[in-house]
Design a protein around this ligand. Sequence first.
Ligand code: ATP
Length: 483
Amino acid sequence: MSFMSTAPATLNPWVRILGALEKKVNRQSFETWLKPTRFSHVSGKLLIVRIPTADFEHIGDRYGDLIQEAIDKLELEFEDVSFVTAEKDPSLARMREDGGFAPQPDHSPSAPPAQEAAPSKNNGAAARPQQAGGPQQARFDWSAAAQLNPRYTFDGFVTGAGNQFARAAAMAVAERPSKAYNPLFLYGGVGMGKTHLMQAIGHEMKRTIPTASICYVSSEKFTNEMINSLRYDKMTSFRDKFRTVDLLLIDDIQFLAQKERTQEEFFHTFNALHENMKQIVIASDRPPKELAEIEDRLRSRFEWGLIADIQPPDLETKVAILQKKAESEQMALPIDVALFIASNVRTNVRELEGALTRLFAWCGLNGVEITLPTAQQCLKQFIDTQVRKITIEAIQRVVAEQFGMRVVELKQKNNSRPVVVPRQIAMYLAKQMTEASLPEIGRAFGGKHHTTVMHSIAKIDEQRRADKDLNRTLNKLQESLNS
Ligand SMILES: Nc1ncnc2c1ncn2[C@@H]1O[C@H](COP(=O)(O)OP(=O)(O)OP(=O)(O)O)[C@@H](O)[C@H]1O
């Protein structure tokens, strides 16, 4: 009698064998050596079982008799059981050829029935979501973990010049997970919509592949969970949880800086997922090459796929974002009010939304209509803090910090390139962000002539247009001065 005719539809043969072994083997050994194994496939009378690493190969010797006993008792027709790692498993190669999440009906006589066919995603070989598995193989239920914000969809995302590229890349990834760009690395300043965009990928994938397991996690949460798992000796389930997802969205990767143990763990998670053609999306406040305290091997992996930056929204985009938010809250927002808010809140979309929420609440509580004068009155304090006086000293401080130098160096008569560029940047920002005249700026930089100041400003202004990295550095400096 074949297992195919006797097995309950939802249990694969290895799960049934594990069920029998669990009663015979002590708990510790079962948890350590048997639980991490997964059913792979059947070839003739050979049952192939996936093991996480070669260290598990001795299972056959150690538990051979008990396994045979279970096979007999369950009336299965296997003559042998083979334990293989993902690299040695031929089904992995087949899955890879078939690719991604495409449905792969397999009616060959040796293949297990469809509902129990997929090898487990534990050690990463499965290429499609599966339902098989008894209690021993219970996997973390990502869909029940409610990690995606329902607002963060592609529909709710306003596209403008600054985020067009990132949005298109995100859409491509959502439509063709693991085939378009893997990983997708999104970066941009605070409140620019990175989280929104990465979660939109999750929503879209959930819509097109409802069974896909999708994990959104910040790198901080990843770290904390790992520390707890280490403490409570639960690393196997930690690994199982993160290395078996179909889509991993990891936010704020810059927080992995200096956390060597977490980086190591994430490195293996990344490899397991990438190797098994699972999609990875990473968000960061800076590009990979600027993640100075992240190991080279991880940084270089971040560059394997596509890197897309999100630049601050322009005025029109900010107005459109405000209108969209007002619409979703079913509130009327006059265009002059939207323009007033958009032109006074500089770049951070979160603050833009905060201003609008405040305005709606204020008008509601006071029972007044939303008009330009009420907006000006209600947001006065909010906007005043946004445009609070920025001094040349403050600019010199943040620029010096950014370039790892002392403020006094910006004022010295040193004209070497490492000093000249930061000085020109600081002069440029002084002109942009303060009321100071050219001679005043010159004086603040150790008595430079006003034509030198003028030349510096013009130079940075021109370079900013052509040099994306410089543009980003300037945005970042402006953001930190504004915050
Ligand atoms: N283009 C956009 N269209 C609509 N809403 C946006 C857009 N960009 C940002 N937002 C909104 O702004 C808020 C902040 O965005 P989000 O949290 O995604 O930013 P972030 O870049 O991840 O910020 P942080 O660096 O702080 O993690 C969210 O409510 C988000 O919905």
